[in-house]
Design a protein around this ligand. Sequence first.
Ligand code: VG1
Ligand code: CO
Length: 543
Amino acid sequence: MTQITTVPTAPITGQKPGTSGLRKKTPVFMGRHYLENFIQATFDVVGCAGKTFVLGGDGRYFNDRAAQVILRMAAANGAARVIVGQGAILSTPAASHLIRLNGTDGGIIMSASHNPGGPEEDFGVKFNMPNGGPAPESVTEAIYQRTTVITEYKVLEAQDVDLARIGRHQLGAMVVDVVDPVADYATLMESLFDFPALRAMFADGFRMRMDSMCAVTGPYAVEILEKRLGAAKGTCVNATPLPDFGGMHPDPNPTWAKALMDEMFSDTAPDFGAASDGDGDRNMVVGRGIYVSPSDSLAVLAANAHLAPGYAKGLKGVARSMPTSAAADRVADALGIGKYETPTGWKFFGNLLDAGRATICGEESFGTGSDHVREKDGLWAILLWLNILAVRKQSVADILADHWAKFGRNYYSRHDFEAIESAKADAMMAALRGSLAGLPGQVVEGMTITAADDFAYTDPVDASVSMKQGVRVMFGDGSRIVYRLSGTGTEGATLRVYLERYAAGPDGLDLDAQEALAPVIRAAHVLAGIAAHTGRTAPDVVT
Ligand code: VG1
Ligand code: CO
């Protein structure tokens, strides 16, 4: 007979989920009662008795042991059934799909996404709702409140479940179904994209490099690209997930995916390059000799999605996070479909997708996705690009040039200033917020400020309000600067400065983004007093 133990505990400060779940240094998560408190608080808020959940993670250090703890706690709290990816592995989009496919009551995803992993790096946990999407602020806030008053948690006294063995297991009265992490997801992709056309393209010699950054998409990419689509062996690199991501920073951007960038800009570059992040929800796409900014990628995907079978009927609407460039808005206007501007974080797209208002969503932070799941989806975006390339039979560079010629170009860049002392970053943001009222009418770098505010969002579906989502400064020529502090970091503060400038064309469409944005970048430093407040004169990461 297995026994349920009730363990006395006390609140641990700081268990407040950020942009995407609770993320902390791994040793913090492994500390006494830390994981247990957060999981019990989650079950207390969302309910557990009689329910079915999905469980999986990106395979980072502590993923396997955390899964066993969560399973024992789910069993002790009366869950009926948990569906777990083999080895406790599921990419975030695959977890979202399994939650929906099986009509479950939600899921727990173990990941700190693009943050490095390992004994001294980052770990994270988040709860996703029955729709497959990240819990909205009302739920994460309730979970946080619960962590501040928790007095006990329940856990089953039992041995580990053998998560290596696919099939049905029993944990006390709870059923544990261990499933292939890839199969259902691959089937979903096959239902959306023209696999025969993609197979033909690869058979014709199309070459690609897919860099999974030693993170979770490796097995998904090998199965779909190499096995089902016939891409050459070796197309997928860094395809074995490692607990510390091979010491890499699994963030698919030009800085951290430098090897891919170097390859794509070399003489031997293949036709197409792509990378994905720790948990598989982000993507970077690169053409031969050309980088595609995520904001442009969203716009190109929106403009061409109808070329893929899953979107042949057209899109209902396009949604982007506020800091993402307005390039997608121009496509929505041209298509005569809805456009939405939400706060940063995928949880804000859920209602729009559920309500059928938006079909495709995207963020400047290398996140794109659609209503096929309720998370952003790295491989989905890569496959949609491949489908578009297969139909249009043009290079990435030509597709971008055509797009800019038609819609104009929103030059865009994000500058990150990492590991700033929190007090200094907070002081800078406070001063900036205090200065907003006086900004309109001022001229900086020859550009007149027309509006300045702190972005607030009212959800058009449930009317929930989210305040203080980022400071925006808008200029008469359509340029824009956005400032916000990251909500996913685990060390100090990261200041994100988002820079945008519109060029209508036909001239001036092929400048280097940093050059085109130079006056906006200078204005951003002047207006916020970045150096005076933080001592930083140059960003750590430029995307
Ligand atoms: C960042 C990105 C945001 C993204 C979030 C989660 O958040 O800016 O767009 O949704 O990460 O992505 P922040 O608060 O650090 O700016 V993932 O792939 O880490 O789940
Ligand atoms: Co991610």
